[in-house]
Design a protein around this ligand. Structure first.
Ligand SMILES: CC(C)(COP(=O)(O)OP(=O)(O)OC[C@H]1O[C@@H](n2cnc3c(N)ncnc32)[C@H](O)[C@@H]1OP(=O)(O)O)[C@@H](O)C(=O)NCCC(=O)NCCS
Length: 170
């Protein structure tokens, strides 16, 4: 069994390898500082039984973001003010040894729940993500993320889809 925790000194980041150097390095060198300073928040998945120096099975990073409504598909943009706020899923990664076991899905659902927490207090139209390549884009599309018309590697998961996923209707 796994649990989600805010990244802290209690986690062993050095051994983490998801197969992408920039994502490994971010966790090892930058994520904790950014989490402490409020630039973003990184959440890690660890075994429930882990106690000291807990190995990281996967992680994601969130931050508040602002976008121009015109970046969204036209039918969505029509009903929105010029500037809109949302939550950005900046990074998502699972350790190579743990990939293809459903942990990516687990992390994405956890990120959706975090979005709803933000939404309940401060609003926001949904989750945004920068896919690092076309493979990542395909991965996100499986969960209902919609590519932005002018920048298909920027994808959007609307509040409505998030609610459907979390209520089990998707
Ligand atoms: C992308 C990543 C987060 C997926 O995590 P994961 O734990 O392996 O994924 P899951 O096991 O939850 O897979 C969920 C579904 O997506 C599919 N999937 C997994 N990786 C995929 C990929 N790279 N492309 C397309 N589909 C993929 C799985 O087959 C699964 O489908 P199923 O439920 O029908 O079997 C992980 O492979 C990773 O960390 N990769 C390196 C970093 C990266 O590319 N991050 C992307 C963010 S920019």
């Amino acid at each position: 069994m796994f649990k989600l925790e805010l990244l802290s000194r209690a986690h062993d980041r050095d051994a983490f390898d998801c197969g992408s150097e920039p994502l490994n390095n971010y966790l090892k060198q930058t994520a904790r500082q950014h989490t402490e300073r409020g630039i973003s928040r990184t959440f890690v998945l660890v075994e429930e039984s882990a106690s000291e120096s807990k190995p990281v099975a996967g992680y994601f990073t969130l931050n508040i973001c602002q976008l121009r409504a015109e970046q969204l598909p036209a039918e969505m943009a029509r009903r929105l003010p010029r500037e809109v706020a949302g939550v950005k899923l900046g990074r998502l990664a699972v350790a190579k040894s743990r990939q293809r076991q459903g942990l990516g899905r687990l992390l994405l659902v956890a990120a959706m729940k975090k979005f709803v927490e933000v939404f309940d207090s401060a609003g926001g139209i949904g989750l945004f993500v920068d896919a690092k390549d076309n493979e990542a884009k395909t991965y996100y599309e499986r969960f209902g993320f919609i590519p932005m018309p002018d920048n298909p590697l920027l994808l959007f998961l609307p509040l409505q889809t998030i609610r459907e996923v979390l209520s089990g209707t998707l």
